[in-house]
Design a protein around this ligand. Structure first.
Ligand SMILES: [Zn+2]
Length: 181
C-alpha cells in the first residue's frame, strides 16, 4: 500500500502502553499479506518505539484487524450474508477460492463484530442522530428487522459523510469504537 518511506500520518502521537503523549522513533517495517474480496495484497506495516516507555507497536492500515489476514470488507460480507439468512457453512463454501476460511473462522468474526456492536450500543445511535438529525428513518415494512440491519441501513444513507472516509461499514464501526471511548 505504501511502497516507499513512511508518511507522517502513520507516526503515532499517543502511546497506549504508558498512556501518554509521546514521541516515537521509527524502527523499520515489515510486510504482511492481506486478503480482500478482490485480491491478495502485500502491505507494509511500520513499527515505532515509544521514547518514554520503550514499547514498540506496529501501525496497521485501518482496513485491517490486528492478526487477521482477512480485510474488513471480507468480514463485513460474511456478516451481511449471515444477516440475510445464509448459514455460515454455505457462506464459507461460496467464498472465492482465495478466501479459504472455515466456518469456524467465520463464526469467530461474527462474534467479534457482534461484541463490538454491543459495546457501541447505544452510543452509536446518539452519534448518528446528533450528526444527522434530519435522517428520515424507515417505517412500516421497510423497517430494519435487526440491529445489524439498522447499522447497514444507516451506513448506506450516511457513508459519504463521515470523517476519515471509511471505505466500508466495518471500517466505520472501527473508527467509532476508537473515538472518544
Ligand atoms: Zn509509551
Amino acid at each position: 500500500m505504501v511502497a516507499n518511506g513512511c508518511p507522517d500520518e502513520f507516526r503515532p502521537t499517543w502511546c497506549e502502553h504508558c498512556q501518554s503523549e509521546a514521541k516515537f522513533h521509527k524502527l523499520g517495517s515489515f510486510t504482511r499479506s492481506v486478503l480482500t474480496m478482490e485480491e491478495l495484497l502485500e502491505i507494509t506495516i511500520f513499527r515505532f518505539k515509544c521514547t518514554l516507555c520503550g514499547k514498540t507497536r506496529g501501525i496497521l492500515p485501518s482496513f485491517l484487524r490486528r492478526n487477521y489476514a482477512a480485510a474488513l470488507d471480507v468480514q463485513e460480507h460474511v456478516v451481511r450474508r449471515h444477516e440475510e439468512g445464509v448459514s455460515l457453512r454455505v457462506i464459507s463454501e461460496q467464498l472465492p477460492s482465495l478466501l479459504a476460511f472455515s466456518e469456524k473462522t467465520l463464526w469467530r468474526w461474527k462474534n467479534y463484530w457482534k461484541k463490538l456492536l454491543d459495546r457501541l450500543n447505544p452510543g452509536i445511535w446518539h452519534t448518528v442522530l446528533s450528526r444527522f438529525p434530519h435522517l428520515l428513518l424507515p417505517r412500516g415494512s421497510d423497517t430494519p428487522s435487526s440491529v445489524w440491519d439498522w447499522v447497514f441501513w444507516v451506513w448506506g444513507k450516511t457513508r459519504l459523510q463521515w470523517t476519515g472516509n471509511p471505505a466500508n461499514c466495518f471500517q466505520w464501526l472501527t473508527f467509532l469504537s476508537q473515538s472518544g471511548r
